[in-house]
Design a protein around this ligand. Structure first.
Ligand SMILES: *Cc1c(COP(=O)(O)O)cnc(C)c1O
Length: 821
């Protein structure tokens, strides 16, 4: 099945078509410029979403070799692109994408399972894949790409060798499911359950269920739970297909008789066609039990024998959907993405690997079936990705290793995982980012286990999607034409300035601000190209600043004169600067009375141009100080008036930090400076619930002691126990930023859903917590110091400080682990 751009243009209702090479073959569809792998054969759809406009990436993609674009009519396209590329102009690129893929889907006459429901869609899909992979060539949604964009990209992967499709559909608004149905065209439906998620978009539950059922408009069979009578009745009322129900309800097709939760597994007894069956699942939580039963019902419908079902369900594996980076041996980091292996998911994982700023290594297994061309494609893909070392595992790669020669710095080809495990120490893996990508049967988790030394490691997990979400939340409070400066000082409030900067640059934030020049240099060295303001600097830094195109904050006459002399010496004119005005903080900046003089200097010399002028609120979060806040804004207005009149050109005016963005819309001026809010803390306390947690500090338990009543814990015998107690030692101390004032029962950590008080004095590298009242805690278990479950502001208030300090106090020796999705 192949398409040329001409075929595609004839399939789409377009306003205009301009083809410079109408025979260009299209193999990949792309909507996210970061995921580009095969420029020549990619068709990019420039889609405009709330967060960004795909048209802004067209030129960049053209420069990377992309030649095929679907764009919205009326949008400005750079001349080089319109003259040299294939362009299809449509009313709505998203509609065009969906229409094209719906056409593609209609070419296949195979069973296609469509899954929806409030929770469990991805788990059910992945488990069905595990359970059916030996019977079918399955094409399925990668990860959880179940949105209006994700679904067409998933369904596009259907190819003639597939004989089963499994796709999930997720919606948040009325009208969306109809569109997804047309793309997936399922003939078997699975409804997982109905919950409260995404309730906002719907009038009531019935409307939400009815909307989800639109996926099943044309299915022949729907598998659904029977115990929710509203769901069951609506299915009977709205759908004409056959229903296969499961549940305790005695008319269920698969009637659940009994669920027995054991230590590490759950036994489920059920009746089907008057016979009783038992399955054991290797999970004990309620969600897993529900999802496993849904899979059981589906396997019955797919005519899998009872013995096979029982055997396969027993070996279900947990699904970890996140791409995360874990610390590994010799300062390496490990990205374990070996739960699925196909070219599509390899592309996604490589784009993620690409963002790591160290040597990149890929460990890759043979594919599930042999196709030499596919191996060549993979080598081709890897060689475009700046990969340092490739390690292949499996006989097919072993035979084809010549394909790799000359393309990578280091190559190791091994016949089996065992051979890898016996030899890996001789490879000298060191300070590399290692991507693990292996077909199921190679059980790459053995490799992950050996390479990870994460067991002992305290780490801070940083959620990149949460950062993006928070940025979007704050955008809701400001007018679209107002610029945003993202504050990434103090290593991005502890989260890591490079990663935060990379994310906000991608989302078209206009400016970055760092405290010192060195932080700016680190950003430039990792490819950050947007303007960077340096808040605080001295004469030593001038050269660094100029070399790296950093924009200094001029806050005093002394620094003005010094920088001026430096620029004159270098023969530099009109260097961009930011002018800081002091309106009451009395930290840095020119006073109102000094404005005339600085204006005169700026006019007299042409060494600098004012890009922006700004001041900083001292208490914009505090309603008791609102009068002072207004007073500061008043002084600022006077100062910028003098400046504007004096220098005679426009500059960016800004004053608002995170809490002022929310509390003082009248003071947004031309730009706002977003700091703590980006990192998930609403300092104004008005909208905390709309933000997502970015940083979670996690440690592990080194040892558990059983201590008799009357004994003491830790230094100076400050922790006395008055009952027989269970005490866990955790691998974090005050040197890592666990403030010593949290000791002696003042603070707690979060373990197994409960709070465990910190007992005794906190040590330099360790601390002890009382887990007497918490069951099921083991040595090696993780504990949360702050984050998702234990808000950072709660920890801060226990020691009389603010979230800013707790976040930025986390020691540099603690690894930051970035969670991508
Ligand atoms: C840190 C800082 C900000 C950001 O403040 P938040 O309260 O974190 O939003 C803004 N402006 C200046 C000058 C800063 O130093």
């Amino acid at each position: 099945m192949s398409y040329t751009i001409k075929n595609i243009s004839s399939l789409l209702p377009s306003a205009a078509v301009s083809l410079s090479n109408e025979n260009a073959e299209i193999l990949q569809l792309l909507t996210d410029s970061r995921r580009l792998n095969f420029p020549k054969t990619t068709l990019f759809f420039a889609i405009e979403t709330k967060l960004r406009d795909g048209h802004n990436y067209v030129t960049e993609l053209f420069n990377q070799g992309v030649r095929n674009f679907v764009v919205q009519k009326g949008k400005n396209i750079a001349a080089v692109v319109s003259q040299n590329a294939n362009l299809i102009f449509v009313n709505q690129p998203l509609d065009a994408l969906q229409l094209l893929v719906a056409f593609h889907r209609s070419k296949f006459n195979i069973p296609v399972i469509g899954i929806t429901g409030s929770n469990g869609k991805t788990i059910v899909k992945e488990w069905l894949n595990q359970l059916l992979v030996s019977d079918f060539e399955i094409v399925r949604t990668p990860r959880s790409y179940n949105s209006q964009i994700g679904v067409p990209l998933s369904v596009w992967e259907m190819s003639p060798e597939n004989n089963l499709g499994i796709f999930e559909a997720g919606i948040s608004l009325p009208g969306e499911m109809e569109r997804l149905e047309k793309i997936i065209q399922p003939n078997i439906g699975i409804f997982t359950n109905i919950g409260t998620a995404h309730d906002e978009g719907f009038k009531n539950r019935a409307e939400k269920i009815a909307e989800k059922f639109k996926l099943f408009k044309n299915v022949q069979l729907l598998i659904l739970p029977a115990d929710n009578s509203e769901v069951l009745h609506l299915a009977e009322y709205l759908l004409s297909c056959k229903l296969f129900t499961w549940g305790k309800y005695d008319k269920s097709d698969l009637q659940i008789l009994d669920i027995e939760v054991k230590e590490s597994q759950t036994l489920i007894n059920a009746k089907y066609k008057k016979e009783e069956y038992q399955i054991a699942i290797p999970f004990t939580d309620e969600a897993s039990i529900q999802n496993a039963i849904t899979c059981w019902a589906t396997l019955i419908c797919m005519d899998i024998s009872a013995e096979k079902i029982a055997e396969r369900i027993q070996s279900l594996r947990p699904i970890d959907m996140r791409l995360e980076i874990k610390p590994a041996l010799n300062n390496c980091t490990l990205i374990n993405d070996s739960y699925s292996f196909d070219i599509n998911s390899l592309g996604i994982a490589l784009s993620f690997l690409q963002q790591q700023k160290i040597h990149k290594t890929v460990i890759i297994s043979d594919l599930a079936y042999f196709d030499e061309n596919l191996y060549r494609t993979i080598v081709n893909l890897l060689s475009q990705k700046d990969i340092y070392r490739v390690i292949t595992i499996g006989p097919a790669w072993y035979k084809l290793q010549y394909l790799l020669h000359g393309k990578f710095e280091k190559i190791n080809s091994l016949k089996s995982v065992e051979q890898f495990l016996a030899n890996y120490q001789t490879f000298n893996l060191r300070a590399e980012a290692i991507l693990l990508k292996g077909a199921r049967k190679y059980a790459f988790e053995q490799i992950a286990k050996i390479l990870e030394n994460q067991v002992h490691q305290t780490r801070m997990e940083i959620s990149i999607p949460a950062l993006a979400h928070n940025l979007q939340e704050y955008r809701k409070y400001i007018q679209p034409e107002i610029k945003i400066m993202a504050m990434v000082k103090a290593s991005g409030y502890g989260s890591g300035s490079i990663e935060v900067a990379t994310m906000v640059q991608f989302y078209h934030v206009n400016y970055l601000a760092v405290a010192y020049a060195d932080e700016g240099v680190a950003l430039r060295n990792s490819g950050i190209s947007i303007p960077i303001a340096v808040m605080n600097f001295d004469e030593e830094a001038f050269e660094t600043i100029v070399i790296h195109h950093l924009e200094p904050n001029i806050f005093s006459f002394k620094i003005y004169y010094a920088f001026h002399d430096f620029l004159v010496n270098q023969g530099i004119k009109n260097y961009p600067i930011h002018l800081k005005i002091d309106t009451g903080m009395h930290r840095l900046g020119f006073e109102l009375e000094e404005m005339d003089k600085i204006v005169a200097l700026l006019n007299e010399n042409n060494t600098m141009v004012v890009k922006s002028a700004f001041t900083h609120f001292v208490a914009s979060e505090d309603p008791n100080e609102d009068e002072f806040t207004h007073h500061q804004a008043h002084i600022f207005k006077e100062a910028i008036q003098i400046l504007e009149k004096g220098i005679g050109y426009k500059f960016i005016r800004h004053i608002a930090n995170s809490s002022a963005i929310i509390r003082f819309p009248e003071y947004h001026f031309d730009m706002v400076r977003l700091g703590i809010g980006l990192y998930g803390v609403d300092s104004s306390s008005l909208h905390q619930e709309t933000l997502e947690t970015v940083a979670t500090l996690i440690s592990t338990i080194a040892q558990i002691h059983h201590v008799k009543a009357g004994e003491t814990i830790g230094y100076n015998r400050r922790g006395k126990v008055d009952r027989d107690s269970k005490i866990a030692t955790i691998r974090i101390g005050y040197a890592d930023g666990l403030n010593r004032k949290l000791g002696n029962l003042n603070g707690s950590v979060f373990i197994q859903g409960k709070l465990a008080p910190i007992i005794g004095n906190i040590c330099m590298d360790m601390a002890m917590v009382d887990i007497t009242d918490i069951d099921n805690v083991h040595e090696g278990d993780s504990v949360e110091i702050f984050g998702k479950n234990l808000p950072v502001w709660d920890v801060a208030s226990k020691i009389g400080t603010i979230s800013y300090e707790v976040l930025t106090s986390v020691g540099q020796r603690i690894k930051r682990v970035y969670i991508e999705e």
